[in-house]
Write a protein that binds this ligand. Structure first.
Ligand code: PMT
Length: 396
């Protein structure tokens, strides 16, 4: 979403200034146009020649570029930009920004900026932890600026790692996310993901190969587009770091069912992506079952059909999306599930397509509704999620 965006990149006098090259490279790769404004101290750490070679634009540092009266207009830059990013931003620049001390081109540009401003602080821990710096950051947040900091900085030992500039890719990703479509703002979406485990005894279960990747990709896509997401996840090893995703961990179908039924009335939409076990052992042995005899029978009883139950609860203002994982008669089976579970549309994926479905990073799906069917090519699950959420957003 950074394609065509105009970014003013402010660079200040920090040892992390060399990382601004990586920021520029990533911004340019994503299609942004970058104009560097550097402080006099910033030039001590990185040369303008390197920066202008990367941005293909002269670097702005002084009010006057030559002694002929030609001057750089900070006001024009403030109008030109779609966003300003200051990375690295020293404690000194933070202080000047918070207090309007306009003694260099970067601060005058900041004060004239009409676009959103993002700040990636970079300093040592003592400076970072000082109440002055903390107060300045709070003030800048209060003025509507966005502070980008490493999330994992707080270790058990205290503030360790704080003050370090966030990784260049993550800084650019934060900007990218800001420009993402926000068409799901204010919407509440519930997603089930991953497998369910149905216990046989304390050490064994009936499960399946679902990794949760598809469901988590859907959660991230919804969250990026502004939705509040409730993600009900079976046992998986994937993570979701977005603030607006509330994760509920479950193990069995019954637990997933209970969480889904409780949360669904508050939702605008539900996406049932989990691979749920349709049956569970009638009894769970209290102790590890011993190997006796040549055969063993496990008596299974049906699990609740979560999607079908939600389909019966569904109000006219709610949208429900299901998945169909098939190995044969794909379209016919998917259409049957669409009706039986009262879904608005169903996402069909087939195990006949190699390198898709379970565990893989890619999927190949068809989106089937009552009046249309759209076949998509094989692509990364993040892109599949975008196609599915585009279809959902159109119905909300
Ligand atoms: O997790 P990954 O490794 O990324 O793999 C992704 C996936 C292959 C698991 C995913 O793309 C997928 O297909 N999920 C649905 C798998 C499945 O169980 O499909 P189904 O055809 O058996 O179920 C039909 C629908 O009913 C599904 O929406 C399912 O979540 C739902 N269901 C099924 C049984 C049940 N007891 N309760 C349910 O809600």
């Amino acid at each position: 979403m950074l394609k065509g965006k105009k970014i003013v990149l402010g660079i200040t006098g920090s040892i992390a200034a060399y990382k601004s090259c990586l920021i520029i490279r990533e911004l340019v790769k994503r299609g942004a146009e970058v104009q560097v404004v550097i402080t006099p101290a910033g030039k001590e750490f990185i040369t303008p020649i390197t920066l202008s070679a990367l941005t293909q634009k002269p670097v702005i540092s002084d009010f006057f570029s030559q002694r002929d009266g030609t001057w750089h207009s900070h006001v024009a830059l403030g109008l030109w930009a779609d966003a300003m990013l200051i990375a690295p931003c020293t404690a000194s620049t933070l202080g000047k920004m918070a207090n309007g001390i306009a003694d260099n081109m970067l601060i005058t540009t900041y004060l004239s900026m009409k676009a959103p401003v993002f700040i990636a602080p970079a300093m040592d821990l003592d400076m970072y932890a000082h109440p002055t710096t903390q107060q300045n950051m709070e003030r800048l947040k209060g003025f509507g600026n966005h502070i980008i900091e490493p999330q994992s900085g707080f270790l058990a030992s205290g503030l360790e790692g704080k003050g370090r500039m966030e990784d260049p890719e993550k800084i650019v990703a934060a900007l990218d996310m800001f420009f993402e479509k926000k068409d799901l703002l204010g919407k509440h979406i519930m997603i089930t993901a991953g497998p369910t485990y149905e216990k046989i005894d304390p050490v064994r279960f009936i499960g399946n190969y679902s990794s949760g990747k598809m469901g988590f990709a859907l959660a991230e896509e919804c969250a990026c587009r502004g939705a509040e997401v409730t993600l009900i996840a079976g046992p998986v090893n994937v993570q979701c770091t977005m603030n607006n995703v509330q994760r509920i961990d479950v193990e069995s179908c019954q637990q997933m069912h209970d969480a889904a039924i409780e949360n669904f009335p508050q939702m605008d939409a539900a996406i049932l992506c989990a691979a749920v076990a349709d049956f569970r052992p009638a009894e769970v042995a209290g102790q590890k079952i011993k190997r006796v005899g040549q055969t063993m029978d496990i008596h299974l009883v049906p699990n609740p059909d979560i999607a079908a139950e939600l389909g019966r609860m569904k109000r006219a203002d709610q949208v429900m999306v299901g998945f169909a994982l098939e190995t044969n008669d794909e379209q016919q089976n998917a259409q049957h599930k669409l009706e039986k579970k009262n879904l608005d549309f169903i996402v069909l994926n087939s195990l006949r397509n190699e390198g898709t479905c379970f565990k893989s990073d890619e999927n190949q799906v068809s989106i089937i509704s009552r009046d249309a069917k759209h076949d998509y090519e094989k692509k990364p699950k993040a892109d599949v999620a975008r196609d599915i959420i585009d279809e959902l957003a159109a119905r909300l």
